[in-house]
Ligand binder design. Structure first.
Ligand SMILES: [Mg+2]
Length: 418
């Protein structure tokens, strides 16, 4: 069942109803009905709420390690995505509200187990008994607890998983979607389709680009940098032919280039009218990004492999980025992601998500400088309880409490390995 269908936006919330005169008069008569609805809601996974809770405390944590094989592995300039996995994190509270988050791994099959271990054996100790509304204090405690081995890598993935689940608790207690709690700017965000991978079958590339437009996307991203410049140009021309004019076309090099190669290719891409040139260099080469920012007119999009706002602050200060792409796992979850987006906004820089799904969508919808949600096809059933919908090239933020990232129980059962 899709969660967003549980509540119609035209039906007043219980709070609005009881504030009205009709609500007061009808209150006593309806109390039995309301309590039955509350009980029914609590029985549905991921929608339990408690509006009257005044003292919410973190009680326990659960992790589920998932693994799945990919039927047709895809490739970018530096990765082969075959065996994938993830961690589902659930944080339980004293009032019966549970926060959910999901951490995906495209490579490194051992990564999810490490993240789960860090959450269970290091982070839970310092968040136990905390009030989830003090989410920045929770972040501070997790940073202090893990500083010995460094607040990057899988440690930061763990911190992010907790942070997102804590924000999900906040949303569920307040019975509001995350973007409205953060301060909503919009209820829908333009999405681009990340469909132009390196496939074994070249026909697949053309087919996927055309299918994205048929599905309703108005922007498409393709991978470049695995082959020669002429191969990149061929791919770009093929994609343009498949998607037609008036569609934003982005290229992503996944760190493949040196500064000189990035300059050469960047000029070719900008001549072909690409919307942005993504991750031309490895993330630590901020000098290189500064030089590209000076010498190329095409937008530079990057940041998916940066950790924390401090890395983004340096990149932004140097003029090395036009579109920041914070990753909600590597940056540290909702708390740090939103600070990065606001930092970018202060420098008139735009923000796009790395990856899609309802969590990224909620954060983007709360930022005036957000331009694009990254997404795969939205057809078929999502691994989340919520299915996203696109209208006129924009994805609607689902009207469910919290992040909307509760993973379906049957999906967990099917893929769970630990
Ligand atoms: Mg990328």
């Amino acid at each position: 069942m899709e969660l967003q269908n549980l509540e119609s936006p035209n039906i007043p919330t219980r709070r609005e109803f009881f504030r009205s005169g009709i609500g007061i008069a009808a209150g006593a008569a309806a109390s039995m009905l309301v309590s039955q609805k509350a009980i029914a809601d609590r029985k549905k996974p991921g929608v339990e709420t408690n509006r009257r809770a005044t003292d919410v405390r973190i009680k326990s944590v659960e992790t589920f390690v998932l693994a799945f094989e990919t039927k047709s592995p895809s490739r970018d300039a530096i990765h082969l995505f075959s065996d994938r996995g993830g961690v589902v994190t659930r944080i339980h509270t004293n009032i019966g509200v549970t926060g959910h988050s999901y951490t995906y791994f495209g490579t490194i099959p051992g990564g999810p187990r490490l993240v789960a271990q860090i959450i269970n054996e290091e982070l839970f100790d310092v968040i136990k008994g905390e009030d989830p509304f003090f989410v920045k204090r929770i972040r501070d405690k997790m940073w202090r607890a893990t500083e010995y081995h460094g607040v990057t890598g899988v440690v930061q993935f763990g911190i992010a998983a907790v942070d997102m689940a804590v924000w999900d608790i906040i949303g569920r207690v307040l019975e509001k979607p995350l973007y409205k709690i953060l301060g909503a700017f919009t209820d829908r965000v333009p999405a681009y389709a990340m469909v132009g991978w390196y496939y074994e079958d070249q026909e697949e590339f053309t087919k996927r680009c055309s299918a994205a437009i048929e599905e309703g996307f108005r922007a498409v991203k393709i991978k470049v940098g695995l082959g020669s410049l002429s191969d990149d140009i061929r791919r770009l021309k093929t994609a343009r032919k498949a998607v037609g004019d008036n569609i934003d076309l982005m290229v992503d090099a996944n760190q493949a280039f040196t500064v000189s190669t990035a300059l050469e290719r960047g000029k070719a891409y900008q001549d072909l009218g690409v919307f942005w040139f993504e991750e031309p260099l490895p993330p630590h080469n901020h000098d290189g990004y500064e030089e590209l920012g000076d010498k190329l007119s095409v937008r530079i999009a990057t940041g998916e492999n940066e950790y924390t706002k401090y890395a983004f602050a340096d990149l932004i200060k140097r003029g090395g980025v036009d579109v920041v792409q914070p990753d909600n796992r590597r940056t540290g979850g909702v708390t740090e992601w939103m600070e990065i987006a606001a930092l970018a906004d202060a420098f008139h820089i735009q923000v796009a998500s790395h990856g899609g799904g309802p969590g990224n969508l909620n954060m983007l919808a709360a930022m005036p400088n957000a331009i694009y949600l990254e997404s795969g096809s939205l057809k078929g059933q999502s691994m989340y309880e919520v299915n996203l919908k696109m209208v006129d090239g924009k994805v609607l933020v689902p009207d469910v409490p919290g992040l909307g990232t509760a993973v379906r129980d049957d999906f967990i059962e099917k893929h769970r390995v630990a």
